[in-house]
Design a protein. Structure first.
Length: 407
């Protein structure tokens, strides 16, 4: 609990609240397909309107990530939220499922991709420097809670006030997020004598190292999609009536892990935590393939959430430490885009595997993929300096080639 008190400073909490309201505002749109159904669009059209949001966020993050490193974080975060504030009220004027809602969703994806990344960077800057992974975990908890509350709140608002009420509610939450960000002091990114061009960052790594650094987040996202996107259908196939308790166990385990041992990679090293975390996720896929009862189904939810709670803070801060903390915005944007890319690619791929081999074999294959690549990553991926070492000191760890801190 003493570790958690280190985060009880006004500006960190304000930035965290701003991120929560931002996430809550966007998550209200999870039920937007219900609004679109009145226009009788095809399922593919609904998929395009909903999916263009994520595609734009994935696309813009790497471009704006570097900007977050060279411009004030608060300024970039507020600009992204400002774009959302300008666009969301326009949803009141949607009267078909044509090009207009596609354009609006694309622009909200742009605002979301920019503001989310900058807000996370702000929060981590305002946390204790030696608790980077722990702060990332706590920020992730705010997102988990927002994504859990958002759809429930959205359904209630629509029931009482219709979708126009939903659009106003989203606007109000965005305004609250902007107010929190404005009330937060400008975060102080790590001091660096000069900001080198992004291309100079990549020259420090071999092609193999870059592939290994970038591929694990993709594999993690792909396996995550296999679990969350197909779990309801799998539950139905094994006569489990309700899937809600699985997600409750999953989210609960992830939240508890991030709060109470979210700093474990700060203390012991990133790769020392990434390996067992990915191993737990792989074993959870095996456990899902063996599920025969509701109780075992819930246990698998808890184990999966525990692994997810460990890997997100460790893997995201691994990217930051490898690329250099002065390149935090670039590292975060790259990590989030690669993870989302894995989610997007994993869903159709594992759906195809499930069609061919069934859900149980799909989970076995997903876990096997992650297990094999986890070993390769552990042995061959660059190892950043231990978090408890002073800047500029390189420590060669038990496995993997070490890498110097950022230029």
């Amino acid at each position: 609990m003493n570790d958690l008190r280190m985060f009880a400073n006004r500006h960190f909490l304000l930035a965290l609240l701003g991120y929560f309201f931002l996430f809550l505002s966007v998550s209200l749109f999870f039920i937007y397909p219900i609004f679109l159904k009145q226009f009788q669009p095809s399922q593919s059209r609904i998929g395009l309107i909903m999916g263009i949001h994520s595609f734009m966020a994935i696309f813009v993050r790497p471009f704006f990530g570097r900007l977050i490193d060279v411009r004030p974080r608060r300024e970039i975060s507020f600009a992204g939220i400002g774009l959302l504030l300008a666009i969301v009220p326009l949803f009141h004027f949607v009267n078909d499922a044509g090009a207009f809602p596609v354009a609006l969703r694309a622009l909200t994806g742009l605002g979301w991709g920019v503001s989310m990344t900058a807000s996370i960077a702000m929060c981590s800057d305002l946390a204790p420097v030696e608790k980077l992974a722990h702060s990332m975990g706590i920020v992730g908890v705010a997102g988990l809670i927002g994504s859990a509350i958002g759809p429930i709140f959205a359904e209630e608002v629509v029931r009482r006030f219709g979708f126009h009420g939903l659009f106003w509610a989203s606007t109000v939450f965005l305004a609250a997020s902007a107010a929190c960000i404005l009330a937060t002091k400008e975060s102080a990114p790590p001091v660096c004598p000069e900001k080198r061009p992004a291309r100079d960052i990549w020259r420090r790594f071999s092609v193999l190292s870059l592939v290994l650094i970038g591929t694990l987040p993709v594999f993690h996202g792909a396996v995550r999609s296999a679990v969350v996107y197909f779990i309801a259908v799998f539950a139905n196939s094994i006569s489990v009536a309700r899937v809600g308790p699985f997600f409750a166990m999953f989210s609960g385990a992830a939240i508890l892990t991030r709060f109470f041992i979210g700093d474990i990679s700060d203390r012991y090293g990133r790769k020392q935590v990434i390996f067992p975390a990915a191993l737990i996720i792989s074993l959870n896929c095996l456990l899902l393939a063996l599920v025969r009862s509701p109780g075992m189904f819930l246990v698998s939810g808890f184990v999966g959430g525990f692994g997810q709670g460990l890997i997100f803070p460790a893997l995201s801060t691994y990217m930051i430490d490898v690329l250099g903390r002065e390149n935090k915005g670039l590292a975060l944007s790259l990590y989030l885009s690669l993870f989302d890319l894995g989610m997007g690619l994993g869903s159709p791929f594992f759906g195809w595997v499930s069609d061919l081999a069934g859900h149980r074999n799909m989970y076995l294959i997903a876990g096997g993929f992650l297990f094999v690549f986890n070993i390769i990553f552990t042995l061959r991926a660059p190892t950043p300096p231990r978090p408890d070492r002073a800047a500029g000191v390189t420590l060669r760890e038990p496995f993997g080639p070490s890498v110097e801190p950022g230029p």
